[in-house]
Design a binder for this molecule. Structure first.
Ligand SMILES: CC(C)(COP(=O)(O)OP(=O)(O)OC[C@H]1O[C@@H](n2cnc3c(N)ncnc32)[C@H](O)[C@@H]1OP(=O)(O)O)[C@@H](O)C(=O)NCCC(=O)NCCS
Length: 208
């Protein structure tokens, strides 16, 4: 197993891998391969944390990170990191590749001096890497209630178990605030559809 930086020659293979890993998992089809494609040219993208795992000559896993803005109560902002998409080829999932590439790049991010990584994902998976609820530290996600709001009065779902932080820096921690997805996470549906046509057609899950 080789863990190494992604190179330009890998881009198409990694986009295919991302598409294969995410296809029909969170929605019919997926958008993550297009997201990855547009992220690479975004100023928030961090090429030094764009890693792949190669096994027997093919890429089986990829992770990418971007800088994320945190807007504090006083209107000033600070930066953390967010990772994703993270993808492992379906045929080799649950064999530790995802955990290996996450741990490896979190260590690198720490060495690079980033204070924290904020993500939304499944706590059952991410707790093992030291992620914990970001809401408990006072971070909040636009459109979702803050920690102390009355959830019964709110139409929003409680995001707190899924919105997580991993601290990389030692205390004192950065001041919490409102998390903002990097702009490269936004998907233009038309552009995405056009991009997806360049890939082999796969039938999408049909919603009933
Ligand atoms: C999620 C993903 C990156 C995990 O990588 P992996 O190499 O398959 O997983 P690992 O071998 O490191 O870890 C396996 C463990 O994670 C758990 N796990 C895997 N995917 C999970 C998920 N989506 N939610 C919760 N737990 C998950 C497995 O049940 C297993 O648990 P166990 O150790 O208690 O038995 C990979 O399955 C993947 O690419 N999935 C599709 C894309 C995706 O969902 N990306 C993450 C978006 S947040």
């Amino acid at each position: 197993m080789i863990i190494r930086r992604e190179e330009e020659k890998d881009y198409l293979e990694v986009e295919r891998l991302t598409r294969e890993a995410f296809w029909d998992v969170y929605r019919p089809g997926c958008v993550e391969h297009f997201m990855l494609h547009q992220m690479r040219t975004d100023p928030a993208f961090i090429p030094e944390l764009d890693y792949v795992i190669e096994e027997e000559g093919r890429i089986v896993a990829n992770i990418v990170y971007t800088k994320v803005e945190i807007i504090k109560e006083d209107g000033s902002s600070t930066f953390g990191l967010v990772f994703g998409p993270i993808s492992v080829l379906k045929s080799v999932q649950n064999k530790g590749y995802g955990s290996t590439i996450i741990r490896y790049t979190l260590d690198l991010a720490k060495e690079m001096g980033y204070p924290c990584v904020l993500i939304t994902g499944h706590p059952d998976y991410y707790h093992r890497f030291g992620f914990e609820s970001a809401t408990n530290y006072g971070f909040y996600y636009p459109g979702y209630p803050k920690k102390d709001s009355n959830l019964e009065d709110s139409k929003s779902q409680d995001i707190s178990p899924f919105f997580m932080i991993k601290w990389l820096a030692s205390k004192p921690f950065i001041t919490p605030g409102e998390y903002h997805d990097p702009s490269c996470y936004s998907i233009n549906e038309e552009a995405m559809q056009a991009f997806d046509k360049e890939f082999v057609k796969i039938d999408k899950l049909r919603l009933v």
